[in-house]
Design a protein around this ligand. Sequence first.
Ligand SMILES: Cc1ncc(COP(=O)(O)O)c(C=O)c1O
Length: 324
Amino acid sequence: MTDRGGQLYITTPTVESDVLSRPRGFRVFLKLENLQPPGSFKIRGISHLCQKAVKEKGCTHLYCASGGNAGLATAYVAQRLNLKCTVVLPESTPPFVADKLKEMGATVLIHGKVWDEANEHAQKLAQNPDAQFVPPFDHPVIWEGHGSMIKEAAEQMPSRPDVIVTCVGGGGLLNGVVIGMKSVGWQDVPIIAMETVGADCFNKSVVAGQIITLPGITSVAVCLGAKAVNEHTFRLYRDKTANIISVAVPDKEAVKACLRFADDHRFIVEPACGATLSCIYSDVIPQLQSEGRLGKVNSALVIVCGGAGVSLDLLYKWKKQFDL
Ligand SMILES: Cc1ncc(COP(=O)(O)O)c(C=O)c1O
């Protein structure tokens, strides 16, 4: 394994996509977080939190309750830093998720019927001085770690973008993007925050003017499936600390974007990332401009957040499901 001076995430490329730029009349830059070793941007914030815990309190054991990209990132960090890792999953988790985590050296405990019960159990187990609980998104140190992607992009792009496109699950990614933007002086660049209908807790909150808790998640973009966005994200929007434009698209658009991106760039990504890409493929930008909600765009920075929860079989299944 290459030594990155203790850094557990990689500096990902920001590439200008000719195939996406040409038909749209503006330059599209892709921040390729799908290339991170555990498959998504999550490693940035989670490694930051865990390395800080090791340094400051000699932590030796990581606990988390995610069968998704946060769990994979936590297991990866534990493996690289020689720490113990326990992932608590609810009974409903498919066995292949547990197998993948075990392969990475994590101990998997099955507890509770739903995620909230598993999460509570992981928090309880982590109540000892040498343990660190790793939440999937709700921690300022995680946000700070995610911010590094924007600092990199600022060095990699020829000039600042006119808009940044990303997606929202629990809001950790968006919070990190905003922190990174502030650190490079991009705080007034508008951000388009994409979600899918059925995992649209932020969009629903924006419309209602207060945090809304979804009764359940019905979207195939499961890793956008937080029932409520974290308060900090909502406040960033409400207090206009950042210029955030919230957009929710149907699952079909997110899956269509995954399929087109596979053809255009030969990468397969989760529908969460498809939601972000659908902003470009479904012409959300000209639509927002025609509504007067977005100004002139000469270049867009798109956060390709990635995700390991995708395969050719799943893409085929969704293609059929949505009649694409
Ligand atoms: C691939 C991917 N993209 C986006 C998100 C959303 O991130 P957040 O929950 O920090 O908003 C997640 C969350 O798990 C993810 O795994």
